[in-house]
Design a protein around this ligand. Structure first.
Ligand code: GLY
Length: 369
């Protein structure tokens, strides 16, 4: 029988993560008992591919509404949220509705945020259609939207009611979307499991060709790592900060490139730079730094921000990071492959001086870009 993972977030209801090929029909099993209407929220790239398939599964059990919004990170904004909410209100939905978030990270963040505030909160189920969303946004209840000041600055923690990772949905992914997912999987390995790193290198070809049989194991391992961390610290008060590894620099790369550089590629370069910072601080050995960079190279992921992005501008962009407090610039740093810095005065993050960040950016750009 297929193993079902459980997320047990302190203070919230436990929920299941079901992973496998051809499991869409299981959606009916994870709907809340009281669900009278399923509201599928998706973007206009994904909805034409899969929304009717999802509807066909649940329509015997509940009324179904399909709401779409324009695809793309640029549309993950307040205006889109308002438009979706107006449609929910026009459909006269009540608290016995369940939002089914269908799509990649943008659709999940948006649909989850809508679910978190509609009628003061209704249940939502995540149905990811990208590798990145499968291993990241679908689990842990981070929802939100972007403003001109930065990514995900408005949002809420709203844990999903269930997660269904139907691997068949991933088969329509373009290559750059696979990079996005792979980079987050490397991050999970750096945080908690060096063997997962080796597994990713060995399975890279099969993952890239979206071989569903080979995909299941590494996806499950990444989900296990994230589920364990989220269960221990759902509200990111301490341990969950480690999931930001690679993201301080990664988000800065995205912001400075005006989101032309995709999240996964930015995070891969961010992992390389932040591991360089950890190495300069004497936290991570040179052997392990080189191993991580070799893995990124083997997975055809970038090791540095593109030369065109000025290190001083990138450094400036890191100051909008949500982790920062009291004007300190805080980083989640590895102390080994599979091991993150343990809790200190600032939690699971470490204050890093500007000179160290600049030196690490320059070192990677000069030698690795
Ligand atoms: N994507 C990082 C987190 O969910 O905490």
């Amino acid at each position: 029988m297929r193993k079902i993972l459980n997320v047990r977030p302190a203070g919230s209801r436990n929920y299941q993560v079901r992973i496998g090929p051809d499991i869409l029909h299981e959606l009916i099993r994870v709907l809340p008992l009281e669900c009278a209407t399923v509201c599928i929220i998706s973007d206009d790239n994904v909805a034409p591919l899969y929304a009717e398939k999802v509807k066909a599964v649940v329509k015997e059990r509940a009324e179904v509404e399909i709401i779409t919004f324009p695809a793309g990170e640029a549309n993950k904004n307040r205006m889109t949220k308002e438009q979706i909410e107006d449609k929910l209100l026009a459909a006269n939905l009540r608290r016995d509705c369940t939002v089914v978030a269908l799509g990649g990270g943008v659709a999940l963040d948006m649909a989850g945020f809508v679910a978190s505030t509609f009628l003061r909160g209704v249940p939502w189920i995540t149905l990811p259609t990208s590798l990145l969303a499968a291993v990241d946004a679908s689990i842990g209840g981070k929802t939100g939207l972007n403003t001109t000041q930065g990514k995900n600055l408005i949002g809420a923690f709203h844990q999903p009611y269930a997660v269904l990772i139907n691997l068949d949905f991933l088969t329509s992914l373009p290559a750059e979307e696979i990079d996005n997912g792979l980079a987050e999987m490397v991050k999970h390995a750096v945080i908690a499991d060096a063997d997962h790193l080796n597994e990713l290198v060995e399975a890279a070809g099969e993952i890239r060709s979206l071989n569903l049989k080979t995909l299941e194991r590494p996806v499950r391992r990444s989900v296990e790592i994230k589920a364990k961390i989220v269960s221990m610290d759902p509200g990111e008060r301490n341990l969950r900060q480690v999931l930001n590894c690679g993201h301080t620099i990664g988000h800065a790369i995205e912001l400075v490139s005006q989101y032309r550089i995709k999240h996964g590629l930015a995070v891969a370069a961010g992992l390389s730079v932040e591991a360089g910072i950890a190495n300069q601080l004497g936290l991570l050995s040179t052997r392990e730094l080189e191993r991580l960079r070799e893995v990124l190279r083997n997975l055809s992921l970038p090791l540095a921000p593109p030369d065109i992005l000025d290190p001083a501008i990138l450094l400036e962009a890191t100051r909008t990071d949500k982790k920062n407090r009291l004007r300190k610039n805080l980083y989640s740093l590895p102390v080994g492959l599979g091991k993150m810095i343990s809790a200190g005065p600032d939690g699971y993050v470490h204050q890093v001086d500007d000179e160290v960040v600049l030196a690490a950016l320059e070192e990677t750009q000069e030698s690795l870009a």
